[in-house]
Design a protein around this ligand. Structure first.
Ligand code: ADP
Length: 261
């Protein structure tokens, strides 16, 4: 538990630092991009500096996308939870997710009926799903299938997963699985660490899954990964079932009034 607390503190510190740097860095990038655009306006593809300027522009764009991820990462602390259905959130993302998945990848959804509500921040949960789907796509360079499934997990089913931490409670389960490369245990062990990435420079920041982890923890949930090399990967997210309080005091009964008197 102490170890987890230290990890959470470390992630918070990295988040704050990253957010501060990202903000200043963004201003610098704006100047670079605007200047390169200006120079490119007076250039033709055959000119001696054209390729170099283009390279600067592309690099600045990549840096800007990295900064956006850093800012998103540091903003994760502000959360406005609402009662919502995770099926609805995933279904509303369908178009975006298909675009992220790309042409070579099939995206399937399986939603159990009458999903319990949870307390979560829609924007944050959207980030979680888009991140997982983006990673799944990256793990399937030759195409494959991504499946997103949502269902209720009753308290007596929890132990069967073998994830001890869950205790006994009721959860809504969201599974994101892919038929990609999978990963060896020594990688799977580290994927939630900030800045851990196996992707080449400019392709990955290593912040996606640590952001996902932070969001799920903040929502009192759990996330686990099961991966088999050459077969694929499953991410399982458990969020506690939200049970709304019965509405009290809306229509006072006669008995209640008598008791006050
Ligand atoms: P990034 O995507 O920028 O590398 P993440 O934190 O999102 O950062 O992921 C960290 C690493 O976890 C990835 O570089 C990759 O090695 C591994 N990973 C994440 N998702 C999957 C997946 N679905 N299949 C295989 N490896 C994965």
């Amino acid at each position: 538990l102490e170890d987890q607390f230290a990890k959470a503190q470390k992630m918070q510190a990295v988040g704050n630092l990253a957010g501060g740097i990202a903000h200043d860095f963004n201003n610098v990038l704006t100047v670079i991009t605007a200047s390169v655009d200006f120079l490119l306006m007076n250039q033709k593809p055959g000119d001696p500096s054209f390729q170099d300027l283009l390279l600067i522009k592309q690099s600045a764009n990549r840096a800007a996308s990295l900064v956006r991820q850093l800012l998103a990462y540091s903003r994760r602390q502000t959360m406005r939870p609402k009662m919502l259905s995770l099926t609805d959130v995933v279904a509303d993302l369908d178009l975006l997710l298909k675009r992220i998945a790309g042409d070579r990848t099939r995206l399937e959804r399986r939603h159990a009926r009458d999903l319990w509500p949870v307390m979560a921040d829609i924007g944050q949960f959207e980030q979680v799903i888009t991140n997982l789907v983006g990673n799944a796509r990256d793990a399937m360079p030759d195409g494959g299938t991504i499946t997103i499934a949502t269902r209720n997990v009753e308290d007596h089913e929890v132990a069967a997963f073998g994830y001890g931490e869950l205790g006994t409670a009721e959860y809504v389960l969201v599974e994101v699985s892919d038929t990609g490369t999978g990963m060896p245990p020594e990688i799977a062990e580290r994927i939630f660490e900030p800045f851990f990435t196996t992707k080449e420079i400019g392709k990955g920041t290593g912040l996606g899954l640590s952001m996902v982890y932070g969001i799920i923890k903040q929502s009192n949930g759990f996330i686990f990964v099961d991966s088999t090399e050459g077969k694929g990967t499953v991410f399982r997210i458990f969020l506690p079932r939200f049970v709304p309080e019965p509405q009290l005091g809306v229509a006072p009964k006669v008995g209640a009034v008598e008791a006050v008197e």
